[in-house]
Design a protein around this ligand. Structure first.
Ligand code: PAF
Length: 281
């Protein structure tokens, strides 16, 4: 596996990949890799010839500086996992490669309001920072496809919007959520959950499955949301939202015929978890 830190080395190699008529798949990450990330690499390997994974803890998407400092950094283990997964190139740039002197970090991306809903209400500016770093990577790498997890459904939808509004020649592939055997969606944050909280947090998946079954029985949306919130509370978690949305606009769904997705965020002790489920077959 190639490991590059500099844009120059990266661009030189990608040039020869393109000259060989190979397609490029890109998996952006912030490290602390788990099976969820590796499933993105596996999909990228199936669908493209040459897979670039990035590890960059992006400062512009953290609204709380202590969160940025606390973010787990496990580079040695990440390199081992990516090598085992036969990833072709790991790009681990330093801050000045991504945001060189003079780079406009105040740029506001037009994301059709998608960045202000749901997670955006609780994390102002977060998605603009995500859009900024992904846009920068897409400009540098110019991949044929970018692979992102459904676990961060809103993030992937926003990047799809970014690609469309910036007219970038990359296709977004949203890959399914990877769950533990019992159903907990894999996340770097799960390492901060005690065994008791891990058990209690299973209620998120259970409430999403409940919503899916209730939708199939044509239960009114508001009733489903209220019952799901109650389930989450009675398991001891503190829910921020459980909402059934239109999967394209991310707005609250009004009609059972829309492209429905249930999304939720809740605190398990001091760890904030998110999860979601596509509700229609
Ligand atoms: O999902 C993440 O890990 C990050 O938000 C991403 C897409 C790598 C951008 O920094």
């Amino acid at each position: 596996m190639f490991i590059f830190k500099n844009n120059k080395d990266l661009l030189l190699l990608l040039d020869s990949v393109r000259k060989n008529k190979q397609t490029i798949g890109f998996v952006p990450t912030m490290g602390a890799l788990h099976e969820g990330h590796l499933s993105l690499v596996a999909s990228a390997k199936k669908q493209t010839d040459f897979v670039v994974t990035s590890i960059f803890v992006n400062p512009t998407q953290f609204n709380d500086p202590t969160d940025l400092l606390k973010y787990p950094r496990t580079l040695e283990n990440d390199i081992r996992l990516l090598a085992q997964a036969d990833n072709h190139l790991l790009f681990t740039p330093s801050g000045d490669q991504i945001y060189p002197k003079g780079f406009n970090k105040n740029r506001v991306f037009h994301l059709n309001g998608l960045d202000r809903l749901l997670e955006g209400e609780f994390r102002p500016g977060h998605f603009n920072g995500v859009a900024m770093v992904v846009h920068r990577f897409l400009e540098l790498i110019q991949p044929d496809k970018i692979f992102m997890g459904q676990k961060d459904y809103q993030q992937a939808t926003i990047i799809r919007q970014l690609i469309q509004s910036e007219k970038l020649p990359t296709q977004l592939v949203m890959c399914p959520i990877v769950r533990s055997q019992k159903g907990l969606a894999l996340s770097s944050r799960n390492t901060r959950l005690s065994p008791q909280w891990k058990r209690k947090a299973l209620v998120l998946h259970q409430s999403l499955r409940f919503a899916k079954a209730a939708i199939l029985q044509k239960t009114p949306i508001q009733q489903i949301e209220e019952e799901a919130i109650e389930k989450i509370k009675s398991a001891g978690l503190n829910p921020e939202y459980f909402t059934i949305i239109n999967g394209s606009t991310l707005k609250k769904a009004k009609d059972l015929r829309e492209n429905l997705v249930a999304v939720t965020a809740a605190w398990a002790g001091d760890v904030r978890l998110i999860d979601n489920m596509l509700l229609l077959p």
